[in-house]
Design a protein around this ligand. Structure first.
Ligand code: G6P
Length: 366
């Protein structure tokens, strides 16, 4: 039944709707209420091993890379370990320095992406310690890594990643929490995170319940030929993933930019024909993001704000509101409306969302 559409128009739609259940399965049995942490037995590392980690490097392709970028932010924020993400293909071809105190994390839905697999093999050859964050049990990358976290998202058929992206982010948040709790993340902070994670399925369901409003906004912008997606810090990986979703299924040119970098070039492109989706997490950078919206509006650019904050009325042209999650987890809830936005915009243009031209679900060639 998992490969059947049932009453759904296509797999992307079905898989978006499955996200509350997928996230719930990803979390199941892994939240440790006693120690306010996560229980990730498959990772195969002891607290002592965790303490020796000096860096975390996350590798993947496409949406898995953007999920990795989100994961890197979570690791730095919760565990205060320097972390960054890189496309697996770049990593494998640039003769990377492989460091024994770095934890490498290979992220892949299919577990078969050639570039990610080759990065894992290169790492192992050079003595790197690599774990997998993989959906497909028994896949090549999962077997090659030997240890890691399975997403339990269920099969994903649509070329555009949806439930795999959200569950990757959730799995990486648990890893960050677990790493944090053997370092200096307090039990109270850990508890807030555990609560925040357990609230995600319901919050994602609430976002899905507001689909009609999101679809109306998407249809309103279906004539746009280009769009910007901007965010800063927590909003940035979500902006990249949102732009990617829109390009791959609607063929509308979408470009993601750091909000702070707009004034160093892209602002020149803002006009009434160039809508900008602005990610506005309700965090300490809220005022900065409001200023970004004002900058764009002052140049005549329509703004679609995607936010968990209460914005002053009239600030943005359109607002897509999501429930307030734990600050560190907001990028996850903010990503879901971007999927629905891309989906409904693509449908308004008559695109075949499950079979975008020139793309494959998993890229097992060079
Ligand atoms: C392809 C798909 C993307 C996916 C990427 C990585 O490009 O079209 O949706 O994000 O591969 O796939 P993986 O299976 O390794 O997560």
């Amino acid at each position: 039944a998992e490969y059947e559409l049932g009453e759904h128009p296509d797999f992307m739609y079905k898989e978006m709707r499955e996200q509350p259940d997928a996230v719930d399965r990803c979390l199941r049995g892994r939240l440790d209420h006693r120690f306010s942490s996560a229980r990730l037995d498959g990772v195969g590392l002891s607290p002592q091993d965790y303490q020796r980690i000096r860096r975390v490097k996350l590798l993947g392709c496409g949406s898995a890379y953007y999920a990795g970028q989100l994961g890197a932010q979570l690791v730095e924020e919760l565990a205060r370990i320097p972390a960054d993400a890189e496309p697996a293909s770049e990593f494998r071809y640039r003769n990377p320095v492989v460091d024994p105190d770095t934890l490498y994390v290979a992220i892949s839905q299919s577990g078969e992406t050639l570039d990610t697999l080759a990065a894992v093999q290169e790492l192992k050859r050079k003595g790197g310690h690599v774990i997998g964050v993989v959906n497909a049990v028994g896949s090549t990358i999962a077997r090659e890594c030997g240890h890691g976290i399975f997403l339990h998202a269920g099969p994903e058929v649509s070329v555009a990643a949806t439930k795999s992206f959200t569950t990757m982010a959730v799995a990486l948040a648990m890893l960050a929490l677990d790493l944090g709790r053997v370092r200096d993340l307090s039990i109270t902070e850990g508890r807030r995170l555990v609560t925040g994670l357990s609230e995600l399925p319901h919050q994602i369901a609430q976002v899905l319940a507001s689909e009609d409003d999101i679809a109306a906004v998407a249809r309103k912008y279906a004539d746009a030929r280009h769009m910007f997606f901007v965010g800063r810090v927590r909003g940035w990986p979500a902006a990249r993933e949102g732009a990617q979703k829109l390009k791959e299924i609607s063929y509308v040119h979408a470009e993601a930019y750091q909000a702070s970098e707009l004034k160093h070039g892209p602002l020149a492109l803002i006009n009434p024909e160039m809508p900008t989706v602005v990610l506005v997490p309700d965090d300490e950078l809220l005022a900065k993001n409001t200023a970004t919206i004002e900058e764009i509006k002052a140049r005549g650019g329509p703004v679609i704000a995607v936010t968990d904050a209460e914005l002053p009325p009239g600030l943005a042209t359109d607002v897509i509101r999501v429930p307030k999650a734990h600050d560190a987890l907001a990028p996850i809830t903010l990503s879901v409306p971007l999927q629905l936005f891309a989906y409904h915009l693509a449908r308004a243009l008559g695109r075949d969302v499950d079979r975008p031209r020139n793309l494959a679900k998993s890229v097992t060639v060079e």
